[in-house]
Design a protein around this ligand. Structure first.
Ligand SMILES: [Zn+2]
Length: 168
């Protein structure tokens, strides 16, 4: 088993899961999960198991990565460096931070009543999550995510593509 660009996280890495999703990586995370289930899932779906637990990392062998940093920004750097990831603008903000599903465009009319009134009036592009029904729109949230990735990763941070910024 070798590392892949798809991930499953241990229960201690919920924050890092959201950041990997923000960069577009297919990342599974469960608040409650047994080590054995995580190992099985990693093997069955060829996902790299990221963990803070040295014992679990040993069990995962070449398909696991032990995260040593405790703070989120160094953790992001650790994953990107250790796995030689090259996050791209294409995947950026393409997944739901909450549940990992790929976001889909939503017609403005369809989100009336589902987002705050001032957001509905002042925004024109929306995306929705087919997994948990969450609606996202373009805003300062996306800018903050990008700024933080740039701060953590410097020149390796993903750059926005032609279609950027995505509604979020
Ligand atoms: Zn979702």
């Amino acid at each position: 088993m070798t590392t892949s660009r798809r991930f499953v996280m241990d229960t201690m890495l919920g924050k890092l899961a959201r950041w990997l999703r923000a960069m577009g990586y297919d990342t599974l995370y469960f608040r409650v999960a047994q080590d054995r289930s995580l190992l099985q899932l990693a093997r069955a779906e060829a996902r790299t198991l990221l963990t803070r637990d040295a014992r679990l990392a040993r069990l995962a062998g070449a398909g696991g990565l032990l995260i040593r940093a405790t703070e989120i920004e160094p953790q992001i750097v650790e994953v990107v460096e250790q796995l030689a990831l090259a996050p791209s603008g294409e995947g950026l903000l393409s997944r739901c931070l909450e549940c990992n599903a790929l976001l889909e465009d939503r017609l403005k009319e369809s989100v009336r009543g589902l987002v705050p009134e001032y957001v509905f009036v002042t925004h024109h592009r929306f995306v929705g999550c087919p997994g948990c029904s969450r609606i996202y729109w373009q805003g300062s949230h996306a800018d903050r995510i990008l700024a933080r990735l740039e701060r953590a990763l410097g020149s390796r941070a993903p750059k926005g593509g032609a279609d950027f910024p995505r509604p979020f």
